[in-house]
Design a protein around this ligand. Structure first.
Ligand SMILES: CC(C)(COP(=O)(O)OP(=O)(O)OC[C@H]1O[C@@H](n2cnc3c(N)ncnc32)[C@H](O)[C@@H]1OP(=O)(O)O)[C@@H](O)C(=O)NCCC(=O)NCCS
Length: 164
């Protein structure tokens, strides 16, 4: 009789822990480098600041990260949900809203649906906790991924009065 042992999928999505901070900082840095071509001078201090910021929020439960990991336990993609405070407004019972950030897939693993799986995992995480929506800011490469999953443009405006 044939056995029905199921094969493990080649790449799995799992929740990250603070032990993954090195790779989460790496993903964040590469994301910004790809999006804005930031210089090493700008990226280096941002790494340290993000590590501190992310560690505190992961420990308090306000930041939840997900990573895609190969069978060899190499992390090849990731993304995170930051549960941020929002202002009171009519019809909004909750004062917090999940915000998706730090989406990054290593170049050799792009176009395989990993970012899509991570966004779906993040959405499922947020829905399971009763949040009615999720927001993000999309890069040119990310926009299609988010739109396919139902994200739509909103009315946010920005006035730049300094370079940064
Ligand atoms: C945006 C990003 C996270 C998408 O990651 P990904 O794992 O390639 O995403 P997916 O495979 O789920 O979807 C990629 C889409 O890009 C296209 N694509 C197909 N092959 C591709 C390839 N070899 N490389 C890149 N994109 C490809 C397809 O349109 C695909 O959608 P579809 O296959 O469902 O039609 C990744 O390109 C990245 O890290 N970019 C740099 C950082 C960045 O912009 N992050 C987003 C910040 S908002």
């Amino acid at each position: 009789m044939a056995t029905s042992r199921r094969r493990a999928p080649p790449i799995r999505i799992r929740r990250a822990t603070v032990k993954d901070l090195d790779v989460l900082v790496h993903q964040r840095r590469q994301m910004w480098r790809d999006i804005s071509g930031s210089s090493t001078e700008d990226l280096d201090p941002a790494d340290a600041a993000y590590r501190r910021w992310a560690r505190q929020r992961m420990q308090s439960g306000r930041l939840v990260a997900f990573v895609a990991e190969t069978k060899a336990r190499e992390v090849v993609a990731g993304g995170a949900v930051w549960v941020r405070e929002i202002q009171p407004r009519p019809g909004a019972a909750l004062r917090r809203q999940p915000y998706l950030l730090s989406m990054y897939t290593e170049p050799a693993f792009r176009g395989k649906g990993l970012a899509t799986k991570i966004v779906k995992t993040a959405i499922a995480w947020a829905k399971a906790r009763g949040f009615p929506s999720m927001t993000l800011h999309a890069s040119d490469l990310g926009r299609g991924v988010y739109e396919k999953l139902g994200f739509r443009m909103t009315t946010e405006m920005r006035l730049r009065f300094a370079r940064r």
